[in-house]
Design a protein around this ligand. Structure first.
Ligand code: 13P
Length: 251
């Protein structure tokens, strides 16, 4: 088993003082208890430079939460992948359900963004996951299967691309997926990745996201085919984020 990736998605949270304090606390935490998982934080765009400056040289990597599909141009208010790279980001979350819902992002859009991220030297973390209604109708595998097919470009698995399974009903709700749900969906996603990308799909990390916290991390991270976690709310509390990282099984 390779090292797990514990990624924090700060979403739209953090003024400069908050971001500095959080980054400093993470530095102090990993210095006193070096873990055995790879760590990543994805602050809002406005805090990436600040956080990357504080975390430079540490084991905690920095990522963005979205990027545009073009490297530059007339796209008011958008952020290009090379801009994230320029600030010190190494990763970017793409196709998060909040962007799919709030910004009507389609699989094709996500796929183009993945290509843009890769061209800029960023590792994409592509999010997939079904809504409550889709699960109730027993359509979760179909939905996630189509999202994977539509969002991941050729060659995705040959690089370091990461997939995150985030059931929409588990995000920010405190309603974590059961270990059985996670096992079923991660096995399904692994099979799809192998079908889509052959051998290279065997090693793609598949993160679980949705109400991961310090209390449930150990059992979720121990489920087969879970390669780490994408953590929202709990990543804003450094002690919780570090406790989740400490719960990752040894790679
Ligand atoms: P929560 O951990 O707050 O449920 O958010 C999960 C998420 O959306 C991470 O991208």
């Amino acid at each position: 088993m390779s090292r797990q990736l514990i990624a924090g998605n700060w979403k739209m949270n953090g003024l400069t003082a908050d971001a500095e304090a959080l980054a400093q606390a993470l530095i102090a935490g990993v210095a006193s208890a070096p873990g055995h998982a790879d760590l990543l934080v994805c602050p809002p765009f406005t805090q990436i430079a600040t956080v990357a400056g504080i975390l430079r040289g540490s084991v905690v990597a920095v990522g963005g939460q979205d990027c545009h599909m073009q490297p530059k141009g007339a796209h008011t208010g958008d952020i290009a992948a090379p801009m994230l790279r320029d600030l010190g980001a190494g990763f970017v979350i793409l196709g998060h359900s909040e962007r799919r819902q709030n910004h009507k992002e389609l699989d094709e859009t996500v796929r183009e963004k993945v290509l843009a991220a890769k061209a800029a030297g960023l590792i994409p973390i592509v999010c997939v996951g079904e809504t409550d209604d889709q699960r109730r109708d027993d359509g979760h595998e179909d939905v996630v299967g189509w999202q994977l097919k539509g969002s991941l470009p050729d060659g995705f698995a040959e690089g370091d691309g990461v997939v995150a399974y985030e059931p929409v009903w588990a995000i920010g709700t405190g309603r974590t997926a059961t270990e059985a749900d996670v096992a079923e969906m991660h096995a399904f996603i692994r099979a799809e990745l192998v079908r889509q990308f052959g051998e290279a799909g065997q090693t793609t990390r598949i993160l679980y996201g949705g109400s991961v916290n310090a209390g449930n991390a150990a059992s979720l991270l121990a489920v087969p085919e879970v390669g780490g976690a994408l953590v929202g709310g709990a990543s804003l509390k450094p002690e919780d984020f570090l406790a989740i990282a400490a719960a990752a099984p040894r790679g």
